[in-house]
Structures are given as C-alpha cells and as structure tokens.
Design a protein around this ligand. Structure first.
Ligand code: HEC
Ligand code: HEC
Length: 312
C-alpha cells in the first residue's frame, strides 16, 4: 500500500471520532486567520490611500487668480476683505495654516454656515489653493498674524494629472516618499508621541483616533485620513470646537512624534485587537468579514456534529 493510501485509511478511521468536528473547526479557524492576515491592508497601503495631492512650489503663484477665487467662493461669507460677515468669521488673524487646513480637508468653502463641515475632497486644484493662499497672505492677512503653512511637514501625495509627463511625476513621487519617510521615521520618540496623543487628543478623538461625538451636534472626526501637514495644521489652528496647540505648548519636535505615532502605530491594522473595533472603513469591513466568516464556520461545525450524532 502507498503512503497516500495509508493516510486516507488513517483519516477514514478517525473521521467518526467524537473530536473530529472540533478538529475541523480549529483547522478552519487557523486557515481563516492566516487568510485574513494576508488580506488585511498593510501600513503601506493605508499610507498610500491616506495621501492625496502635492502642492506646487509656493514660489510660482498667481495672486490675481487667488483673488478671483476668494471673491467668487469665500467672500460671500467671509467678506470681500476677509473681515467676516454674519455667515463666516473674520479671517485676518486666522493665518495661512488655517486656510490651507480648511480648504485642503474640503471643509471650506462651507455649504452651511450653521453646521460643522465634514472632511471631503478638495473643491479646487493644488495650484488654485496655492494661489488663494498667496492672495490671502498678500491682501487679507493682518501682517504675520496666525500660523504659517508648515511646508516642511509632508502634505498630500503628488497626483499624476498635475504633471505633464510620467517622468516628472515619478520623480516628484519619489521625492515626496523620501520626505514622508524621513519625517515619520525621523521622529525621535514615538512613545512620547503616544503620551502626547493620549493626554491631549484622545478624550475627543478617542484613543484609537476613530473620533467621537461632542456637545451641540459637533463631533471630533476620525483623523487617519489627514496628511501629516493637516494634522500639524489642525493643532496650530484649532478648527471649530478643537482647541489650539501652538508650537509653544507642543513643540515642533513633539508634534512630529505625535504625528508619527498617529501615522505608524495607530495606522497599523494589527496593533492589537481592540484597535480595530472603533475604526471605520477598511478595517471595520475586515472585522465584519471576519465575524460573518466565523459564524459560518461555527454553523458548519454544529451541522457536522449534529449529523454525526444522528449517525452514531
Ligand atoms: C457658506 C459660508 C462660507 C463660505 C462660502 C466659506 N466659509 Fe469659511 N467659514 C465659514 C464658517 C461658518 C466658519 C466657521 C466654522 C466653524 O468654526 O466650525 C468658517 C471658517 C473658516 C476658516 C477658519 C477660521 C478660524 O478662525 O478658524 C477659514 C480659514 C475659512 N473659513 C476659509 C474659507 C475660505 C478660504 C473659503 C473659500 C474657499 C471659505 N472659507 C468659504 C463659512 C464659510
Ligand atoms: C475638545 C475636543 C478636541 C481635542 C482635545 C482635539 N481635537 Fe482635533 N478636532 C476636534 C474637532 C471638533 C475637529 C473638527 C473641527 C471642524 O471640522 O471644524 C477636529 C479636527 C481634527 C483634525 C482634522 C481631521 C480631518 O481629517 O480633517 C485633526 C487631524 C485633529 N483634529 C487632530 C487633533 C490632535 C492631534 C489633537 C491633540 C493634540 C486634537 N485633535 C485634539 C476636536 C478636538
């Protein structure tokens, strides 16, 4: 008799064993776990999805175009000179970091001055935003009031449509990735980043960064889609109901540690089971898939066991 034949005989002899059903369940669970781990998004994928469109160099800007954009899309609520109206606050001391944050996260132009705006796709191109910011700095901003755009912190990833040819796009992407990695990996102490996050941010955004409800219909949003620059800008500008964390309160190096913590440890899908629980999107989908799969396996196990009982 061949080896295979012996194996089959061995299995046949034990199939009816009272423990067989459980062995099947455990094997299936193990297979499912391996499959899930293989399919779960890596930190790399999560990072690629998080980023969206790099700003052109802030030197080749068109202030006249920036004025046209402001007059057409912002002045109705913030006033022609940015001094505010009943529908929108005075922007003269907000600073360009605030303008960059509000427009790049799609909050502005607002659709409804009476409610908090969700994050959405930006309504203009990176180039238009750079022009708008140049106009803001030149004509609206009160001297150097408010925080500047932290250009040294990586913003969104370059997009193919902003480049004439494949070569220059690839080059920009490479430069961007190198800058991103050096900012995130250059953080000295991510443990400190975690402590800073837990003390200053977790009570609103939850300890996983998944967000949470506040009073008066306001909410602290999920923060993992924000680019490092947007996280930095949220801290220095304090949008809506969020307090401001100036560079005097949390220093730039500490902000880098905090951002690195949010972007690496928190973004890691396998960073401990509970992390995944209040995460929305991909990870939650994975979790639901896992639960449904698990239920099916348990149902099979019950069915197999029941069949066996009937047989015995
Ligand atoms: C429909 C009215 C409306 C339009 C249009 C609008 N905004 Fe606003 N904007 C608001 C309101 C209301 C707030 C306050 C939001 C809050 O605090 O939750 C605000 C807040 C801001 C802030 C933050 C100010 C601060 O001190 O924190 C900036 C910056 C800003 N808007 C820029 C812009 C720009 C730039 C545009 C044009 C692209 C624009 N807004 C278009 C209503 C508007
Ligand atoms: C008091 C509650 C509160 C605290 C504390 C707080 N935030 Fe926020 N945060 C908010 C609210 C509210 C918003 C949305 C503001 C809006 O849309 O007008 C927000 C928005 C953000 C965003 C934008 C997310 C996106 O995708 O657009 C980021 C990033 C962020 N916060 C990071 C932080 C960090 C980092 C800390 C700690 C240093 C922190 N927040 C502390 C309430 C808070």
């Amino acid at each position: 008799m061949t080896r295979n034949g012996e194996t089959v005989k061995w299995i046949t002899a034990r199939r009816r064993h009272p423990l067989a059903g459980y062995v099947v369940v455990i094997l299936a669970l193990a297979l499912f776990g391996v499959g899930y781990a293989a399919m779960a998004p890596t930190a790399e994928d999560a990072r690629a999805q998080t980023l969206a469109a790099e700003a052109p160099a802030p030197d080749d800007v068109d202030i006249a175009e920036g004025r046209a954009i402001f007059d057409q899309t912002c002045a109705s609520c913030h006033g022609q000179d940015g001094s505010g109206t009943p529908n929108g606050p005075d922007l003269r001391e907000a600073g360009s970091a605030s303008v960059n944050f509000q427009v790049s996260t799609g909050r502005m132009p607002s659709m409804d001055p009476d409610s908090q705006m969700p994050r959405k796709a930006m309504v203009m191109s990176e180039e238009e935003l750079a022009n708008l910011i140049a106009y803001y700095d030149a004509e609206i901003r009160d001297g150097e009031a408010g925080p500047d755009v932290p250009y040294e912190v990586p913003g969104s990833e370059p997009q193919r449509e902003d480049f004439e040819d494949e070569g220059s796009y690839e080059e920009a992407l490479e430069t961007y990735e190198a800058e991103y990695d050096s900012y995130i990996e250059g953080a000295e102490d991510t443990d400190m980043g975690m402590k800073l996050y837990l003390t200053n941010c977790a009570h609103c955004h939850s300890w996983s960064g998944g967000g949470g409800a506040l009073t008066d219909g306001r909410w602290a949003p999920e923060i993992h889609d924000a680019t490092p620059r947007e996280i930095y800008e949220a801290m220095v500008s304090g949008p809506g109901a969020m307090p401001m964390f100036s560079d005097g309160v949390i220093e730039p190096e500490e902000k880098q540690e905090l951002i690195s913590y949010v972007k690496t440890l928190q973004a890691e899908p396998d960073a401990g089971g509970i992390f995944a629980l209040d995460r929305v999107g991909q990870v939650a989908e994975g979790f639901i898939g896992w639960t449904v799969g698990l239920s099916l396996i348990v149902a099979c196990a019950i069915w197999i066991t029941a069949k066996q009982r009937a047989h015995d």
